[in-house]
Design a binder for this molecule. Structure first.
Ligand code: SF4
Ligand code: SF4
Length: 164
């Protein structure tokens, strides 16, 4: 038994040293970030006030009842005015059905994936909070024209192969 003393430790150290010399395949998040899929079902929807007609198709399609729309009629223009467009992201399962159902391409899934909140109430987003901005970009999910403009997805696998 005595002549084998320390062999286990030496084997363990060998493994450690071997990994020390390998190129790391992880990223130093949050300083380094990978590009997600162009068609990511990121958290939070993005809504276009200009395109939305208030037809309500998205709300009727949502299996979770996450979307709440209130409209009034603009008689002079013969169309709806969207008074309230609210999404409870706490119930949303990111199925994308509302995005696919919207006949006017006014709704998008988000490109972001880092929108954790501390409070439940902060997950209920009013229409002003759903608008596109520098921090709130739409995903290319069900929107190929947007997907074509987003950066290519980067993978840890590519980094390991020295492609990044
Ligand atoms: S992605 Fe699905 S669950 Fe979320 S709001 Fe749209 S239809 Fe509802
Ligand atoms: S389906 Fe599209 S156009 Fe109709 S209310 Fe929803 S977001 Fe607006």
């Amino acid at each position: 038994m005595f002549e084998h003393y320390g062999i286990g430790i030496a084997k363990g150290l060998t493994v450690t040293i071997r990994h020390l010399l390998r190129r790391p395949v992880t990223t130093q998040y949050p300083e380094q970030r990978l590009n997600p899929s162009r068609r990511i079902r990121g958290n939070e929807l993005v809504w276009s006030q200009e395109k939305c007609t208030g037809c309500g198709t998205c709300a009727k399609t949502c299996p979770q009842g996450s979307i709440d729309i209130v409209t009034s009629v603009k008689v002079e223009e013969n169309k709806y005015r969207v008074e309230k467009f609210e999404v409870d992201m706490g119930y949303c399962i990111f199925c994308g059905l509302c995005v696919e159902a919207c006949p006017y391409d006014a709704l998008f899934l988000g490109y972001a994936y880092e929108r954790a909140r501390y409070r439940r109430g902060e997950l209920v987003l009013a229409k002003e909070e759903l608008l596109e901005s520098a921090e709130r970009k739409p995903s290319g999910y069900a929107r190929p024209e947007i997907a074509a403009e987003l950066p290519k997805q980067s993978l840890l696998l590519d980094k390991d192969r020295g492609k990044r």
